[in-house]
Ligand binder design. Sequence first.
Ligand code: M7G
Length: 192
Amino acid sequence: VKHPLMNKWTLWYTKPPSNKGENNWNDLLKEVVTFDSVEEFWGIYNNIAKTSELSLKSDYHLFKTGVRPEWEDPQNKHGGKWAYQFKDKRGVPIDELWLNVILAAIGETLESDKDKEIMGAVVNVRKAFFRIGLWTKTTGGAKGTPKEVALMEIGKRFKEVLRLGDKDLVEFSGHTESAHSGQSRAKAKYVA
Ligand code: M7G
């Protein structure tokens, strides 16, 4: 028997740049596998490298099928992401935290049923940190509107899933700013 997930998900991998060959964003980004049941998820998860085993400059991206893990995707281009950088790389249980995030994503516990904000989750392996990001379709709405409230609730929930303390802040930034600033750490629009 297969236990269906609410949505179909696709795992992507960004391989580290090589000395020879093309090193554009698009050449390094690879679609890995698509699944839509609990059993398929575990079959895949148990057979791929853990985040802690990946080389520097690698990423995993888990996105709803049909959404590329890029700012340019039509479903991402008006959106943004909640993100947190774990700078104590040795001390942080990154495999457990990433698993928590992807289980929360595929189990649909990051947002209420009526909100359709979550696009996917990303883990970046970098020299000085691991970063986990949670991508949303919009950047919220005007202050106090239901859209803004929904986005802030996702931020708070994300923070719980990452088991962060009150003083640790997750930051939200829009992809437009990320794309323009030429790096992903744009100025935060919200913190939670
Ligand atoms: P990053 O991997 O998000 O963070 O972005 P990092 O700076 O901590 O490594 C690194 C670089 O990858 C960016 O400056 C872009 O050149 C490229 N890049 C990252 N993302 C998420 C995208 C994307 O969605 N689209 C494109 N075209 N390039 C991206």
